[in-house]
Design a protein around this ligand. Sequence first.
Ligand SMILES: Nc1ncnc2c1ncn2[C@@H]1O[C@H](COP(=O)(O)OP(=O)(O)OP(=O)(O)O)[C@@H](O)[C@H]1O
Length: 649
Amino acid sequence: MESMARQRTPVEDDDNPDDPPATMLPELEDREWLHHAQEFAHTSFWAVARRLPRLVREAVGLAWSTNRRDTVTSIGLNIAAGVMTTFGLLATTSVLRELFAAGPTPDRVRSALPALIVAASAVSARGGLTIAAGWAQARLTPQINYQVELRLFEATTAVDLAAFDDAGFAEEMDRARDRGMAEAAWIVDHTVNLVTGVVGMLATAVAVTVIQPLLLPCLLLAAVPQAATAVRMARREYLAMLARITRRRRMWMLAHLMANRRTAAEVRAYQMRDFLLAEYRGVMAVETRAELRLVRSQTGTRVVGATMAGLATFGVYAVLGGLLLGGMVALAAAATALLALQSARTSMGVAVVATNSLYEDALYYQDYRDFLARAHARVPVGGDRSTDGVDVIELDGVSLRYPDTDTPAVDRVSLTIRRGEVVALVGENGSGKTTLAKLIAGLYQPTGGVIRWDGVDAAELDPRALGAQVAVMTQEWWKFPFTAGQNIRVGRHDRPPDRPGPSVQEAAGAAAAHDMIVGLPHGYDTLLDREFKDGHELSGGQWQRLVAARGLYRDAALLICDEPSAALDARAEHALFQHLRRHPDRAVVLITHRLANVRHADRIFVLDQGRLIQQGSHDELMAAGGLYRELFELQASGYRADADDALPR
Ligand SMILES: Nc1ncnc2c1ncn2[C@@H]1O[C@H](COP(=O)(O)OP(=O)(O)OP(=O)(O)O)[C@@H](O)[C@H]1O
């Protein structure tokens, strides 16, 4: 371990800095979202500038729809600050003119005083306006982030479940969430900066034109090297970022593995520390060298830029000198021109960087907008017929084929479920039980056949009304980082006080979870996530009891239990199944591989490769022979063998 831990500086190795580490994994290769970055890297600045009006319109529209007052304030105050720049420069010329005039110094200072006051006021006003504009601009950022995030999550929680099986959709969602969403506030920020820069340049140009129009071309000439250097540096930095992006993703991934509670146990159990640290060091060495090379080349660009800017300034001085000698410009005007030059340079730098950034970030923001459009198209519309319960659910030739798959997961299944019944779905792994259960629950829409609720096509029912009749204890439950009580209550968080149904404690009792919860440090108020202060962790089986309690608390007309007892001990399993027995107001669909639990079901449906191959009661299926009987006897023989082996000899 120590040999691995020997501290090398990241720049010690001398392999090619651009070589990816030897163990680079394929999934870490550049992904589609990088295309925008590459597009930007290969687009000329002029092409970018041509798209500016549309981008600015978009950004202003976004800011406007978020908060009109702050948008107007931010842009308006920046323009006002620009006007103050013009006043300041003009007043400065007057001051200098008075100071350079003939006569005794006290007289000259006295006559310069009014212009001096105007100049000082203009500078102060400009400072104040800029600060106020910055405040309005900063106020916009959190408001935009809030709006944009809310819109995204309103969309992601409304789309149909099937959308999440579509790889394209999932990737677009990742791009919109990880990058596009964050860019919204930035494009507004860049736009305001662009406006600030352009207004600053215009203000300077107006002042110079008033003083002496011939100086205007000089001003532009002097600002060009500055702009060229800013563009070049921004682009170089961007290209370096592109080259480093795969390495950085690998570093994030490794960092996540080394500093994460969920991976901590396995990292230790497999003694992966040295391996992970060596990988991290390898990538970091390459990364650090790449950064050092960037710093070096940026410094080179800066030197070239500064030299060019120096030459341009020298040229401007020469022109100014010529104009002065030729008597075409007064000394005071020439001095102001130098101040204007400085101001124009700063403004142009701001505008150029803002243009570059705006273009780049707008590409990512477009991802976000595209995703929202795609998500809205995937929100289930359904019908408008309401339902407040169900007596009979019929599946008529129902099929479901997942996107991009060749064979249907559920293939032309017809069956009937009645209120008051307990039915079971049985079959080997991958036979389609969970998929069928999700179809019955309305979580997926069939790609063939029809599901009827009391004779009405489920597609004609209001999806919210239908969903309200269903409770699903899923096989892949999530450990919600809420309190124990909330974890149960979210089963029907909007339950009106007058709606009958079990209390949280009753539901927990039915799922054999009550005693366990009461024993937690804060009982039902115990937070179930160790990553938060005072958080508590439950065992897998304890979690499953909570999941069962949530399903029972929901108290729905159709209860679907997908492997509800896989992690439960024998006592908890027994208690739960006591509560999953027949109930006159409820239909239960049970999926389990523990076939002893389905013996008492009213009907058992046996699936094989998506097809319904057998149905009947336990006794009927045992008498008929076939897959059910084979699976049941296999399991039963296992118990008998265990029992025999366990006997003392
Ligand atoms: N989201 C999905 N996208 C694509 N295929 C899927 C998806 N979910 C399941 N499948 C496929 O559909 C088939 C049926 O899966 P399903 O989960 O319904 O089986 P199951 O009978 O519940 O299996 P198990 O007993 O292992 O829980 C399998 O071949 C599986 O690979």
